[in-house]
Ligand binder design. Structure first.
Ligand SMILES: CNc1ncnc2c1ncn2[C@@H]1O[C@H](COP(=O)(O)O)[C@@H](O)[C@H]1O
Length: 244
């Protein structure tokens, strides 16, 4: 804070010690994370690495993108421009698998015990991707976490062999559930596809749907049939609204 900067050196050190302790306490505290967007939770280092690869291929200009990724204090419109960039960087099956794996690992490292990840299933013909194959890539990522027990639907999906001595008590365990997001840019039929997919994937950790995306885009009437359909099917729903 400004206050800290103006304080004498000794006091500043004390404050930063206190801040450090508070941060450590927050990390150690067992937590529940209910609002993580998959593509909003990607490590900066991974984004930079992916941007570098696409820069080398001439798809983007790395230097421009680097500044955008590292910028802090973004406005809401800037956030949505950034998501469009993230989607260019992340949307192929292997990258989706990679980011899902890393995101779960990062939350577990911060002692999140129960994690709900929401993500927008994407059709991308150029990559041979359907909403279903996108979600399969996400689930594959969750199952490929090696050093943590990831529990989807109360079943242990990823678990390296326990030691012969009867189990390694130091292994972390995280319960992960998925919400399928409808992007406000989508059509009624695409939104209905997402609800059907959520129903199909109930036994793979999918526990609900979400309406998200740029709040200044789209019309409520477009998604209403999908939300009503979800209600009929008994699928729990979360909604982003009123942010502008
Ligand atoms: C800032 N507040 C917000 N309001 C509304 N939607 C948001 C959001 N933050 C993120 N998203 C939604 O999450 C997507 C990225 O993750 P996935 O591609 O789904 O994994 C964004 O494109 C947007 O649709």
């Amino acid at each position: 804070t400004n206050h800290t900067r103006r304080a004498p050196a000794a006091m500043a050190t004390q404050t930063s010690e206190a801040e450090k302790e508070m941060r450590e306490w927050c990390v150690a505290l067992p937590k529940v994370e209910l609002h993580a967007h998959l593509n909003g939770s990607v490590r900066n280092s991974t984004l930079l690495e992916l941007a570098k690869e696409l820069g080398d291929k001439g798809v983007i200009v790395f230097e421009d993108v680097k500044d955008v990724i590292m910028k802090n204090d973004r406005s809401l419109p800037e956030c949505f421009r950034l998501f469009d960039l993230f989607h260019i960087l992340t949307t192929d099956h292997d990258t989706v698998t990679r980011i899902a794996k890393e995101v779960v690992g990062d939350f577990a490292a911060e002692n999140v015990l129960y994690l709900e990840i929401r993500t927008t299933p994407k059709n991308n013909e150029a990559k041979g991707m359907t909403k279903r194959s996108y979600m399969n890539a996400v689930v594959k990522g969750l199952k490929s976490v090696e050093d943590i027990d990831v529990v989807l639907n109360d079943e242990i999906l990823s678990c390296t062999p326990m030691s012969d001595s009867g189990g390694d008590t130091k292994r972390k365990k995280i319960y992960v559930r998925l919400l399928l997001s409808i992007d406000r840019r989508e059509t009624t039929s695409a939104a209905l596809d997402t609800v059907n997919l959520a129903m199909e994937m109930k036994d793979q950790g999918v526990i609900g749907i979400d309406l998200s995306g740029n709040p200044v885009v789209g019309e409520w009437e477009t998604y209403l049939p999908a939300l009503e359909y979800a209600k009929e099917l008994g699928i729990p729903t979360t909604i982003h609204c009123g942010e502008v």
